[in-house]
Design a protein around this ligand. Structure first.
Ligand code: PGA
Length: 257
């Protein structure tokens, strides 16, 4: 750790020399939450994210499970988003990502795992989104939401134009988001145009929000989200109004702060 700053009534950021060091500290916080709830005989509801950013965080959770006995039996998860049109076994689906990079390596019960479904008929999507929101509420709400940030400022797939009343719904992906995803899909034209995502209001409803960002490509949007105005043009800027939001940054991602 290099520094901790207080930047808004309850929003902070911390800068680390490496993403691995940042991920380790965040994983320790999550592990403590899981263990303290387990000691009380209670569960934890985690909101989870995909993309390159959370990979070192998931690697550390797996290590804590395998080497330090951290159990996920009392954990329920809700992922932020899923591409529409991709079945579970598609290597770019978030269902596949989460199972490959986390769920297959820990002891979370399969029935505790929730992701939006990417393969519904269009007419089934609104009811699915409403049921996803309701299930989060029925589980007691999100205790801690993990986030990355896209270069559009998106959290989940809440692209510019997503205000703080949005909930789980189908959205169109921004061209910049599709450009960033293009290499994984073998070309821009292969990237799905829509996704199902939790909304800004869903994310803001989490008791704690923890956002990770690494690398110089994120420096500009991280600065806008933290120091810029709270605006519909940058979904992450709404986190300035959250009661317990924290950014975990590596040095390059913090370069413009
Ligand atoms: P990344 O994506 O982790 O692959 O950079 C972040 C995001 O789009 O939220």
């Amino acid at each position: 750790m290099i520094n901790t700053y207080k930047i808004a009534p309850a929003m902070t950021y911390e800068v680390f020399e490496t993403k691995e060091a940042a991920a380790k500290k965040l994983a320790a916080e999550v592990a403590e939450l899981i263990r303290s709830r387990a000691a009380e005989g209670k569960g934890v509801v985690l909101g989870l994210a995909t993309g390159a950013t959370p990979l070192p965080f998931y690697a550390e959770l797996i290590r804590l499970h395998k080497e330090e006995g951290l159990s996920f039996k009392n954990v329920t998860t809700f992922n932020l988003d899923e591409y529409t049109g991709l079945p579970h076994d598609h290597v770019e689906s978030y269902w596949y990502f989460m199972h490959t990079n986390l769920f297959n390596h820990i002891d979370i019960p399969a029935e505790n795992i929730n992701l939006p479904c990417g393969t519904l008929a269009p007419e089934e999507i609104p009811a699915h989104c409403a049921a996803y929101e309701q299930k989060i509420k029925d589980c007691g709400g999100l205790d801690l939401q993990i986030l990355g940030i896209g270069r559009t400022g998106h959290i989940g797939f809440n692209e510019p134009g997503s205000d703080d009343t949005t909930i789980t719904r189908q959205v169109h992906l921004d061209d910049l988001t599709k450009t960033d995803a293009a290499p994984a899909f073998g070309g821009f034209e292969n990237v799905p145009s829509t996704a199902i995502t939790m909304g800004v209001a869903t994310i803001m409803g989490a008791k704690k929000v923890r956002l990770m960002a690494w690398g110089e490509k994120k420096a500009s949007i991280v600065n806008k989200a933290i120091n810029g105005p709270v605006t519909i043009d940058v979904a992450a800027s709404y986190l300035q109004n959250h009661a317990d939001a924290k950014y975990f940054l590596d040095t390059p991602a913090a370069a413009e702060l």
